[in-house]
Design a protein around this ligand. Structure first.
Ligand SMILES: [Zn+2]
Ligand SMILES: [Zn+2]
Length: 280
């Protein structure tokens, strides 16, 4: 995985200048990215992933996974570490209340993974309510806890899952993309990045990354006149949007860290939401 913390520190001055984040929030993201990195390293180093995922060679997306009772220690440790980071920076959010529900035993972990992979927002909302946590906060905790497990599962499997259907969903885990790239050097090739496992895959140039529609009349692009690097690709059919980075002429995909670009371009999200579009 990319070293998001290092890339964030490199862009710190630029971020502070734009005013999207203050010092305190940058420190929070640094600790969060470090947590992801440490968890991925420890899982890939052990060679025994706590979440075992199976992908059939002829099918894309994780359809089968399992969590053994003996894996609970590392899952709990990771959740405790995340809860501590959140408590340090957001004292108003009691993430510890969620921990008991999420990692009570291996069945509860399997249940929450299934909810995330099937995008069952109703079930997620119920769990958030049970833990007396806001939906957004609860989803943030779950995604950031599971993220390193899915990144390492993908890295350990080491078999690129083909995207033969040219899907808008991650060919590995089936999650929505969180951002996209457009590479002008490769005839405007469009790539998407998974919001959960950080997989990158190629997608059609003109299609909604949320619902997949190719109806031109439903698709609209918004750009910021002052900063043409970012664009919002919005869809009137589903009401969703994807924020996309247009790479510079000599910029390689690997040199562009979307976790950081996402932070820098936060004002674009505010603009898209003001127009009534939803982030997937
Ligand atoms: Zn994925
Ligand atoms: Zn759409």
């Amino acid at each position: 995985m990319q070293n998001h913390k290092e890339n964030l520190i490199r862009k710190k001055e630029q971020i502070l200048q734009t005013g999207v984040l203050d010092d305190h929030t940058i420190d929070f993201y640094c600790d969060l990215f470090q947590f992801h990195q440490d968890t991925v390293s420890s899982i890939t180093g052990s060679g025994e992933p706590p979440i075992r995922v199976h992908v059939q060679a002829d099918k894309s997306m994780v359809r089968d996974f399992g969590v053994k009772k003996s894996s609970m220690e590392s899952l709990q440790q990771a959740l405790d570490a995340l809860v501590k980071i959140i408590a340090r920076y957001n004292p108003g959010l009691d993430a510890g209340r969620c921990a008991g529900i999420l990692a009570a035993d291996n069945t509860s972990v399997e249940k929450i993974i299934s909810i995330i992979l099937t995008k069952d927002s109703g079930a997620l909302l119920k769990l958030a309510e049970t833990s007396k946590t806001g939906f957004e906060e609860f989803a943030f905790i779950v995604i950031n806890w599971l993220k390193p497990f899915f990144i390492s599962a993908r890295e350990l499997l080491n078999t690129p899952v083909q995207n033969e259907d040219n899907m808008n969903l991650c060919p590995f885990c089936g999650s929505y993309p969180d951002m996209g790239f457009i590479d002008p050097e490769k005839e405007g090739k469009r790539l998407l990045r998974c919001s959960l496992c950080e997989n990158i895959w190629e997608f059609k140039r003109i299609a909604c990354a949320v619902c997949g529609t190719e109806d031109h009349d439903s698709l609209e692009v918004f750009t910021d006149e002052d900063n043409k690097r970012y664009r919002i690709e919005a869809c009137h059919a589903c009401g969703g949007y994807l924020k996309t980075v247009k790479l510079n002429k000599f910029e390689a995909v690997d040199d562009c860290d979307l976790s950081i670009e996402n932070i820098i371009s936060a004002s674009m999200d505010a603009g898209a939401m003001k127009k009534g579009f939803k982030r997937s």
